[in-house]
Design a protein around this ligand. Structure first.
Ligand SMILES: *Cc1c(COP(=O)(O)O)cnc(C)c1O
Length: 480
């Protein structure tokens, strides 16, 4: 176990040396209300070398895409070219104050304006807002737009339809906006059950939120029929675009009949993510919905670019300032450096890599939906449970012993013992093979030596933790 930084603390030790004070000293208590001052702040006192070693050692226990293969399905944990980080770190961007007069911010405004246009082109939408700070935030903004659309029409529709495969944020975003959520079933081929949808789609339904490719990693092939059913009853068709990594440059949600889509720039467009961000979840809409997008918006004027609030039907502001600008810079750099051809190739390789893994692992794990997959494939660990009582979670823990981040497990909920693998386009054939070899070895171990798999991980700094306890009653305080 590592000592905490507090346990390394020794009174009087410091990692900084302050220069002599060259201004008159004042007593802070004379200028600030005493009640606001605390003298009981218990900060660790450590030397510089102890400080550096502590955090360097901590960081070496972390796992990230720069360290190894990270096939976390639904999350698109792909390698992001460092050149895009460099662009986002340019002082011309980072030193710009968000309240700087527009004359001094023309470059940044232009970048946002053009990124907006690129996203419109990629998705087949009429306009985007870049304000939302995450995928779920983009969904929420989208549902607010849906609500406003029906308010303007004087209709009080109460329900949003969501498939049983959906990401949990979809019902959460709908419920937060005051909608009831009703679940549409998936058929035996892993696609939305169209008959069930048709039966549920009444004129009390505001819309359908669908992920395409869906969260089983499968393309919804009858997408135009689905759109027609929703539109025939006056509903709006929302695309959860978190899976766009499979489609960029190949197919456009707008052409499929979707009225709106949120993108996760931190998945598809080159921002590393995890641990809470920063992210960006732009929302794109079709022409009939552009009036409702948040303000302020970047507009083009004769002398360049400006902010405008002059959209009376806008839902308002959904984020402080203009969103997470540095993420937009990375997306812009990514799109410009790959170009149309490169983006398409990225999507094609993401799909190819997922199908390669699917074919190699198919003999060893149950594959509930045996179809060509998109950017991710979903296996089930049911065979292992039946044969030897080894669960998906055990195999995921065992992967840690071999230096892999496990895939997403137990999601989507409709697949028992789900193992959801998303390799992404940035992995080589050798990496994919090494991972598949390891998965096959674990499947063999599960049969020959189930106890070994059930007691994994064996080589990590901490062994198996009580996940329920950690999630429900996390103990994150050093002392009471
Ligand atoms: C990741 C994801 C979301 C939520 O995005 P966040 O940025 O984590 O809020 C929504 N839907 C799907 C399908 C996702 O994979």
């Amino acid at each position: 176990m590592m000592e905490l930084i507090f346990e390394k603390s020794r009174p009087g030790r410091a990692a900084i040396a302050m220069p002599d004070c060259d201004v008159p000293e004042i007593n802070i208590a004379d200028v600030i209300d005493k009640r606001l001052l605390r003298d009981d702040v218990d900060l660790p006192e450590v030397s510089e070398v102890d400080l550096v070693r502590h955090y360097t050692n901590l960081s070496r226990r972390n796992f990230g895409v720069d360290v190894g293969f990270y096939p976390l399905g639904s999350c698109t944990m792909k390698y992001n070219p460092k050149i895009n980080e460099e662009a986002a770190a340019l002082p011309e961007f980072t030193q710009l104050h968000p309240f700087a007069p527009v004359e001094f911010a023309q470059g940044s405004l232009k970048l946002m304006y053009e990124l907006n246009q690129y996203l419109c082109e990629i998705c087949g939408m009429a306009a985007f807002t870049l304000q939302p700070a995450a995928g779920a935030h983009g969904e929420l903004t989208g549902v607010m737009v849906i609500k406003k659309h029906f308010e303007k029409k004087g209709e009080a529709r109460k329900t949003i339809l969501i498939p049983d495969t959906a990401h949990g944020t979809n019902p959460a975003s709908s419920a937060l906006c005051g909608f009831q959520v009703a679940t549409v079933r998936s058929g035996s081929d892993g696609s939305l059950d169209i008959n069930h949808l048709a039966a549920m789609m009444t004129d009390d339904v505001a819309g359908l939120m669908l992920t395409n490719p869906n969260t089983l990693g499968l393309f919804e092939r009858r997408i135009k029929e689905v759109a027609a059913i929703v539109h025939a009853k006056g509903g709006l068709f929302y695309c959860d675009g978190a899976n766009m990594n499979a489609l960029i440059g190949v197919a456009r949600p707008g052409d499929m009949g979707f009225d709106m889509i949120q993108l996760n720039l931190h998945k598809t467009f080159s921002t590393p993510h995890g641990c809470g961000g920063p992210g960006s979840g732009p929302l794109g809409v079709a022409a009939k919905l552009t009036d409702f997008l948040p303000v302020p918006r970047v507009v083009k004027i004769d002398s360049g670019y400006a902010w405008s609030d002059a959209f009376p039907d806008a839902i308002g502001r959904v984020r402080s300032f203009y969103g997470n600008f540095n993420v937009m810079v990375k997306a812009y750099a990514y799109i410009r450096s790959l170009g149309a051809e490169g983006l398409k190739r990225a999507a094609e390789n993401a799909v190819l890599n997922a199908n390669y893994i699917k074919e190699r692992l198919k003999p060893y794990f149950d594959l509930p939906y045996d179809r060509t997959c998109m950017h991710e494939c979903v296996f089930s660990g049911e065979r292992q449970v039946k044969e030897s009582g080894v669960h998906t979670t055990d195999m995921a823990k065992r992967l840690l012993d071999f230096g892999y981040h496990p895939p997403t497990i137990y999601f989507p909920l409709i697949v028992p013992e789900a193992i959801m693998i998303e390799p992404t386009e940035t992995e080589s054939r050798e990496t994919l093979d090494a991972f598949c070899d390891t998965m096959i070895r674990i499947a063999e171990e599960a049969r020959a030596n189930p106890e070994q798999v059930k007691s994994a991980p064996l080589t990590t700094p901490v062994r198996r933790l009580d996940e329920v306890q950690a999630a429900r009653k996390p103990d994150v305080r050093w002392k009471d």
